[in-house]
Structures are given as structure tokens and as C-alpha cells.
Ligand binder design. Sequence first.
Ligand code: SAM
Ligand code: DTB
Ligand code: SF4
Length: 336
Amino acid sequence: MPDNVVMEGTLAQAAAPATIRNDWTREQVADLFAMPFMDLLFKAQTLHRQYFDANEVQISTLLSIKTGGCPEDCGYCPQSASFDTGLKASKLMEVEKVLEEARAAKERGASRFCMGAAWRSPKDRDLDTVCAMIEGVKSLGMESCVTLGMLRPEQATKLKEAGLDYYNHNLDTSPEHYNNIITTRTYQERLDTLDNVRNAGINVCCGGILGLGEDREDRVGLIQTLASLPKHPESVPINLLVKVKGTSLDKAEEVDPIEFVRTIAVARITMPSSAVRLSAGREDMSDEMQALCFLAGANSIFYGERLLTTVNPAQERDMKLFDRLGLRPMQVEVRE
Ligand code: SAM
Ligand code: DTB
Ligand code: SF4
């Protein structure tokens, strides 16, 4: 089957192929969100199986290579200098230290190593150091991913030349809700960075966060924007806000877990060939909720006891969960 074709609908209708669509309307996405939960999950799981082995989950490990002191004012983020969260800011890590962490992550079973820096955008000198980290990670036989803030076209090209596989840059929420969360960088600037990453030939990792005080319409707006990009992001992280004391969202309203699962399912249905990552926030989820997210089409996680600055489930808990659900880590072939 050509990779732009997906079998749409229930198993009974599986003979009717449908093209991957980049023209989703708000109304169509809202209609998916409003489906009866059982029908929605069945549709998502059916589509999931057209593209993926439903028992495989891709595993990434995160490392904060430059922590805190960020000039941006993202209301959810413990690393913003706008908030006093008690986090100690640190300088860019040394390449060899980063590679030690990458080796350990590989030994624990991660296929991708993701490095995050609390920058508005990288300085050219720092970018050279990050390129050396990417080259080192690749030489370990792992996929590489970085998230460094806004990128200019020539910076994206440089990262591509170093062998970068994925660049993470999130839209976070709907265009309408965005300005309530971040004032120092516009939605359009985020879209421009995504364009620059795409044009450099790097895989795009782009998603959002639930729990930012948004409503259903904003969740619809986020997914519709992602699914209407000229090419779907290869990886779509759906984060549940990790509330950190001192940030402006530390008292935000809890997200209904069923609504979270619905969002995963709608991401799976609208972007069927993308990896959907059950991203930050798993520490606060029950095993049963995570199982529902996998059933709804999530097929990627962050593995390891730390995200960037906050906690992630203990490896032992994740290994037990994989075992109980019969899930296997996805094996990834890495080309240098
Ligand atoms: N500074 C870069 C940037 O914002 O593009 C890269 C690092 S930033 C921490 C990466 C992503 O982490 C953000 O875009 C946001 O979606 C997510 N994130 C940050 N804080 C979070 C939190 N408390 N809970 C959930 N996700 C969070
Ligand atoms: C993404 O969407 N989630 C990750 C990754 N991309 C870089 C980051 C989550 C950060 C959670 C808060 C923290 O640990 O600082
Ligand atoms: Fe800075 Fe990124 Fe945190 Fe925003 S999300 S404050 S840009 S580290």
C-alpha cells in the first residue's frame, strides 16, 4: 500500500482505502471528539492497526542538556526565568557527559535519545556543541532528537548535516488559547520554525499539552492545526500538564481522563501514520488510564525516571506495565 493511503473506517469497511488528509475542518475534528467513546476507540484502534503493530511502543529517553533560566514566559514551564520554582539553572552540559547518559539509556532499551535545552533559540556556538552531541548519539546506533526553541533555516540545515533525526517543537494549544499561556513568542513563529525544520529534511515532532485551562474547542483547534500542517508531524506528543509550584498554571483545573483519552484517539484518527506519544504526565496516570491511551492509538512514550526537570514513572513500573499489557519496545533500525 502506498504510504499516503490509509484504510478508513471499521474492520467491516476495511476494503475502502482513504488518502491521508491534511484538510481537516474544525467541525470534522469536533465531530470525532463528540463520538460515543466506544465507537471512537474502535475507530482509532482499527486505523492504528493499518499502520502499526498494535503491541509495539517506541521508547525515547529525555535529557535536559541546558536547564532553567529561560527568557520565555510559557505559563506551564518550570524552566522559565519568569517563575520562582526553586530550580537551579545550569550551563550547557559537556558532550561526553551527555553521551554517557545516552549510552545508559540505550542499555535500558531506548531507541531514541532526546535532548532539551531551555533556550528561546540556540546561539551559533552552542549549536556546534549540540551538533557534536547529535553525532555522538548517532554513533551509538540511536535515533537523535533535540528541542532547542526557535530555529532559523540555516540552523536547521546545520542540525540535519550533523545527522539529526527529529526536532521537537510544540504548538502546545489552539491558536485562540495560545496568548493566554505564552506572550514572548507567537503561534506564527512556532509554525515558521516547524517549516524550517521540515524544509531541512528533519522529521517533525510536534504536539501539545492538555490541562492549560483550555476547553474542548481548544483541544479541537490544536489537533485540527496539527492535522492540517502540509505534512503531518512524524511524531505527535500529547502531554498532560505536570503542575509545578511557582508556575502560573500550578492550580489549573484537572483534565478529565476520558477527555485525555479522546484527544489521543482523535490524534490517531486524523494523523494515522504518525507516532502518537503519551508524553509528560504519566506519573499522575493510573496503569488503566495508560492502557486506554495505548488502546486509543498512543504508541510512543518517554522512558526513564526523569523527563526534563520533573519525574516520570520508575522504570520498574513501566516494565511491569509493558509485561501486563504484552507490549514490546519498537526495534528501530538506525542509519548513520
Ligand atoms: N525551550 C524549548 C521550547 O520550548 O521549544 C525546548 C524545551 S520545552 C521544555 C519542550 C516542551 O515541553 C514544551 O514545548 C512543552 O510542550 C513541554 N512542557 C514544558 N513544561 C511542561 C509541563 N510542566 N508539563 C507538560 N509539558 C511541558
Ligand atoms: C514534549 O512534548 N514533552 C517533553 C519533550 N517534548 C521535550 C518535555 C516534557 C517536559 C515536562 C516538564 C519537565 O520535566 O520539565
Ligand atoms: Fe523556555 Fe521551552 Fe520552558 Fe518555554 S517551554 S519557558 S521556551 S524551556
